[in-house]
Ligand binder design. Structure first.
Ligand SMILES: *Cc1c(COP(=O)(O)O)cnc(C)c1O
Length: 370
């Protein structure tokens, strides 16, 4: 069957802003300043202001943002970094990339955020940082996390790859930790037209160091004060992001309205459980997740009827072959592992239409009526 409701629709959004995007790209082509052109600095200023922090450093992608934030903060071999077990593997890879060891704790079964009550039990003399992930588009329990970090003298690096524009008690995600990493992967709430990312921080020295690491460790041209990498944000991507940023609040609002409609239509259907928004947090609905015992059969039914869905995520990082070295047996994080078996993400993007939402809900209901 033909796709009736795609999981995301990037073409539709491009068409809605096409003249401005095309003009912005054309300007970069005309000026021909393809690497670290003025548009990068302009976007960085706009994004720092948007998040409410002093600095934004545009970088190559979200994984690099997290990896360079950790490395600039001095996290490395021998250090442990605490994160939730049900995150996307990029959070974990960022920690391994700097030579540190990821330490997992389980999540809250209703909000899917890190269970802050479990963090202190995971702290050892080697613990250097906590990486809260604002998973699915809402905020982790930042009051609890910041207070634990302060009490144990730990660094906090937020993974905001899924929560551009989400607020926790009036402050935007990405403004809490020592640093925060964002992804501008095309499907994220603020997406470029290729890879992109950013680090935000209020720390002047840290910002300068991350900027330097991302650009060959250069302090000035051909003056290399440390062993950096090449992980800069492209000028064309920065220009695109500047066109899209003013729309982000309205796009997030549209997602929240779609979520409300899904909730109205799906509450009480079959054995479905819907995600709870954490206390103190807004929800930007990067993904809209439902939970059911019959996840795989439901996904098959939806696909057969033209509804694209995705599983976020079928295997948690600790059970991936890449992390066999950690020797963490299956069953170690029962709630995260249960979510991996039960969750399904329904189509969610700002341009989703009411008739599409109704169609998805009707198909879900039809499945449970069989
Ligand atoms: C997408 C994502 C990343 C990584 O972003 P990339 O730009 O794809 O490298 C990191 N963490 C989470 C939670 C993500 O969803």
């Amino acid at each position: 069957m033909q796709t009736v409701v795609p999981f995301v629709d990037l073409k539709n959004q491009y068409q809605s802003i096409q003249p401005a995007i095309n003009a912005a790209i054309q300007t970069v082509l005309d000026e021909a300043y393809f690497v670290l052109g003025r548009q990068v600095g302009e976007f960085e200023r706009q994004y720092a202001d948007y998040v409410g922090v002093k600095h934004c450093i545009g970088v190559s992608n979200g994984l690099d943002a997290l990896r360079m934030a950790l490395s600039a903060l001095g996290v490395g071999a021998g250090d442990e970094v605490i994160m939730q077990a049900n995150t996307y593997i990029a959070t974990t890879l960022a920690v391994s990339a700097v030579g540190a060891t990821p330490v997992f704790v389980d999540c809250d079964p209703d909000t899917y955020m890190i269970d802050a009550n479990l963090i202190e039990g995971a702290i050892t003399p080697r613990t250097k940082a906590i990486m809260p992930v604002h998973l699915t588009g809402c905020a982790a329990d930042m009051d609890a996390i910041m207070s634990i970090a302060q009490h144990h003298n730990l660094l906090v690096v937020e993974d905001v790859a899924q929560a551009h524009g989400a607020f926790y008690k009036g402050k935007m995600c990405g403004a809490f930790g020592h640093a925060a990493g964002f992804s501008f992967y095309p499907g994220k709430n603020l997406g470029a037209y290729g890879d992109g990312g950013a680090v935000t921080t209020n720390d002047d020295a840290l910002a300068e160091r991350i900027r330097r690491i991302a650009n060959y460790g250069q302090r000035a041209k051909y003056v290399h004060v440390e062993k950096g990498v090449n992980a800069r944000l492209d000028t064309i991507q920065a220009a695109i992001l500047s066109v899209k940023l003013p729309h982000l609040a309205a796009w997030n609002e549209a997602r929240a309205q779609h979520a409300e409609k899904y909730q109205d239509l799906l509450t009480g259907v079959g054995d479905l459980k819907l995600q709870k928004t954490p206390l103190g947090s807004t929800h930007t609905y990067h993904v809209f997740i439902i939970e059911t015992e019959q996840r795989d059969a439901l996904q098959k039914h939806l696909h057969a009827n033209g509804v694209q869905t995705i599983i976020h995520y079928p295997t948690p990082p600790h059970l991936q072959d890449a992390y066999a070295e950690l020797g963490i047996p299956s069953g170690s994080f029962p709630l995260a592992e249960r979510l991996a078996k039960r969750t399904l993400s329904l189509p969610m993007y700002p341009e989703l239409r009411d008739d599409q939402i109704a169609y998805v809900a009707d198909q879900v209901k039809a499945f449970f009526k069989r």
